[in-house]
Ligand binder design. Structure first.
Ligand code: 3HC
Ligand code: NAI
Length: 684
């Protein structure tokens, strides 16, 4: 017996229990242990029922993702599942934690499923660029019907035990919290009743009504076209679910495997698997062990109820943490709270929130015009105007009232955090908490480590990100930190391309086709040309457009004109402004195809990322990937700029940068770090 398996028989009921921390992923040892347990139980004449369970945090949380890309060692998961299904005994899966992916597929091999309340199950393979490849696409539709299966598998969402019971994925929810005892009782009940031993694969009453249909899939595709754009796995999932309705199980299963293998070998899935691990890695700080203390976080103060302050406040309200929101004037305070209320009201209208929850969240706000009200909070986040003098004055006021041990944070986008900290008597308590707009939506939180920040303050910053559902990325102090700094170069190159006569629509198309939701020119119009050019004294296309009151989508259009439905057409006025400014600056037109436009826009980001690493601003290249994915919606199936660079080949990237440097100047000068990597034959 391997040490992962505990095998016990309780008066005719065998319990095959696996323990493989942290999440009982179905790696080779786990698979072998299941086989071993089932072989013992199936051949024991005294055993009438077998319970498959796990100890530790969770029932199997899926296939072992670390094994993907390595040669498969038998027994592979489909073989284990077939073995469970061939058992002559009555089989029951006892679920707790997060039975996901291959874990849920293993449970679906049993005749019955019981789960403890609080269990959250699902088929999240889509998030890894995959589909459920061990029968999930063939079995779930047989249990819940085609429409529900399409929704569940393409979203990859986690389903609570109560919903799973309603849908028919499980058969019973435990009344108490002793899963094993209840599973054993359930097994005895079923044996006593001589309950039917129907396998999910034998059922087709739920799929029969959609057999031979195509419309349901086309409608589903069309309805979700925007959300699914670029994700190859979704198309394979839809095909596989259709096969569940159209083909006998065995044939469907064979095709499912082919569709799975195709995805598993794809670059997109490799990228998404990279992102899965990168996201977990980003919360780890090598010199700050997990055992480092965390400061309490019961109450928060936020200074500035503008665009960011309001959004930041919502994160804490959503987590049930009271917020003291401080402004200079009553009017600004009222306005800030109105925006928060309106945001919540939109959720209520959309049916995502009840009125009671809305009132409860708003009830957690303590509006204030007085710094003394911040004297008891555990964390203060400053989100006032981006001006050093103002920020220093605010930090000095905070210093005068904040209690000892309070964490003092700035949401500054570009300013020197160390200088801000110097306005206090306690720079060890100061960090940056850099949120991304809209702060209640975007999942990135850059935690900025000041020169004097204490380890427990940093650790608390990393932890609080999790409390409010964000992914933390640690950054050292430097202009723009990580995400803004690397993405800013795209904006700079966009301006250059436009002045060189490249059609803005083509620029937007190239970036949209790459997988971003929007191109950089359309993005400028959305943010507002007045906001973008605020600090610039130079005469630019944008400053002229602003002079003409063309502020972007919000007023008179910008680069584009917008109709009532926000449909855009390139503006003839803007094109003329572009031509005039190019002429004034003596910029010659340049021809570039789409491939070159893409390289000119995105390779400098890779180069800037290399500089960020070289300077020690970011801890690791995968943190830059996460920052761009979570902060700027970089398409997840490209893995972020640094992963993408590795997949192109750094040598090729370097050669292109050198060519562009020759043609267009020092903005493309390769980072010495990138040069070193190529010389040493290494990757990011
Ligand atoms: N394979 C390998 N390692 C895994 C894993 C998996 N399926 N799931 C989690 N881990 C690892 C994590 O990398 C992490 O490792 P670390 O401590 O070294 O960083 C550790 O387990 C703990 O994970 P989390 O930090 O994410 O712990 P949480 O408690 O926050 O979340 C979880 C637990 C909900 C299970 C989450 O880890 C998760 O969503 N895991 C992935 C689940 C999944 O996608 N399953 C499907 C896999 S594909 C599949 O099954 C194919 C099949 O259809 C054939
Ligand atoms: P904003 O102009 O919308 O809000 C700033 C608010 O601070 C205003 O309501 C103002 O009344 C208030 N304020 C100014 N001085 C104050 C003081 N002394 N005491 C109390 N309140 C004061 O600005 P926004 O966009 O919210 O930016 C705030 C900070 O967040 C800036 O540092 C900015 O760089 C940063 N940031 C902005 C992002 C964005 O996309 N807008 C993204 C990430 C960070």
């Amino acid at each position: 017996m391997t040490n992962l398996l505990t095998y016990q028989v309780y008066e005719g009921v065998a319990v095959v229990s696996i323990d493989s921390p942290p999440v009982n992923a179905l790696g080779i040892d786990v698979r072998q242990s299941i086989v071993e347990g089932f072989e013992q139980a199936s051949t024991n004449a005294d055993v009438h029922a077998i319970i498959l369970a796990c100890s530790g945090r969770t029932f199997f949380a899926g296939a072992d993702i670390r094994e993907f890309g390595t040669p498969a060692k038998p027994p592979i998961l489909p073989e284990v599942i077939a073995l469970i299904e061939s058992s002559p005994k009555l089989t029951i899966a006892a679920l707790h934690g997060t039975p996901l992916g291959g874990g849920l597929e293993t449970a679906l091999a049993c005749h019955y499923r019981i789960a403890i309340a609080g269990t959250r199950m699902g088929l999240p393979e889509v998030k890894l660029g995959l589909l459920p490849g061990a029968g999930g696409t063939q079995k779930l539709p047989r249990l819940v019907g085609v429409p529900a299966a399409l929704e569940i598998i393409t979203s990859g969402r986690q389903i609570k035990a109560s919903e799973a019971l309603e849908l028919g994925i499980i058969d019973r929810v435990c009344a108490g919290d002793d899963l094993l005892a209840e599973a054993i009782n359930y097994a005895r009940e079923l044996v006593d009743q001589n309950a039917p031993r129907t396998l999910v694969l034998e059922r087709n009453e739920k799929t029969a009504e959609h057999q031979g249909q195509t419309e349901i899939y086309d409608t589903f595709r069309a309805k979700n076209a925007r959300r699914f754009r670029g994700f190859k796995s979704v198309e394979n999932i839809i095909k596989a679910v259709q096969l569940a309705a159209d083909l006998p199980y065995v044939q469907g299963l064979k095709r499912e495997r082919e569709l799975f293998t195709e995805l598993q070998q794809s670059r997109d899935s490799l990228a998404q698997r990279h992102v899965f691990f990168a996201e977990r890695e980003s919360s780890k700080v090598p010199d700050i062990p997990k055992t480092t203390p965390v400061r309490p976080l019961q109450t928060v103060g936020i200074i500035g109820a503008g665009t960011m302050g309001g959004g930041i406040a919502m994160n804490f309200l959503n987590a049930g943490i009271p917020v003291t929101l401080l402004e200079q004037k009553q009017e600004a305070l009222d306005q800030g709270i109105d925006v928060i209320r309106n945001n919540y009201q939109r959720s209520v209208k959309a049916g995502r929130m009840t009125k009671e929850v809305l009132e409860a969240r708003l009830g957690l706000i303590n509006p204030s015009l007085n710094y003394a009200d911040l004297s008891s909070v555990d964390l203060i986040i400053e989100a006032v105007f981006e001006t050093m003098e103002i920020k220093k004055a605010v930090f000095s006021s905070i210093d005068a009232v904040a209690k000892q041990g309070c964490i003092l944070a700035s949401n500054t986008s570009y300013l020197d955090l160390n200088e801000i900290a110097s306005a206090t008597s306690r720079p060890q308590d100061v960090i940056g908490l850099h949120f991304f707009s809209p702060a209640n939506v975007m999942n990135l939180l850059e935690v900025v480590r000041g020169e004097h920040s204490d380890s427990d303050v940093i650790n608390s910053g990393m932890r609080l990100a999790k409390t409010i559902g964000k992914t933390p990325v640690l950054s050292r102090v430097g202009w723009g930190f990580i995400a803004n700094r690397v993405m800013k170069v795209r904006s700079f190159q966009t301006d250059n391309l436009i002045l060189q006569g490249i059609n803005p629509e083509i620029i937007d198309k190239v970036i949209y086709d790459y997988g971003f939701a929007m191109g950089p020119v359309a993005m400028k119009d959305l943010v507002g040309l007045d906001v973008l050019g605020r600090e610039s004294k130079e005469r630019t296309v944008e400053s002229v457009l602003v002079e003409m009151e063309r502020l972007g989508q919000k007023k008179n259009g910008g680069y584009y004109d917008y109709d009532q439905n926000r449909q855009k057409t390139l503006s003839a006025i803007a094109m003329e402004v572009i031509r005039n400014i190019a002429q004034e600056k003596g910029i010659e037109p340049v021809a570039a195809d789409e491939e070159e436009i893409l390289a000119r826009l995105l390779y400098p980001i890779i180069n800037e990322g290399a500089k960020v690493l070289d300077e020690g601003i970011a801890l690791r290249s995968s943190d830059i990937d996460i920052a761009c994915i979570k902060g700027y919606n970089w398409p997840v199936y490209k893995g972020g700029p640094m992963f993408w660079a590795n997949s192109i080949g750094l040598k090729k990237v370097l050669e292109k940068l050198r060519e562009f440097e020759q043609r267009f100047g020092s903005a493309f000068t390769p980072s010495p770090y990138l040069v070193r990597l190529v010389k040493d034959g290494k990757e990011f």
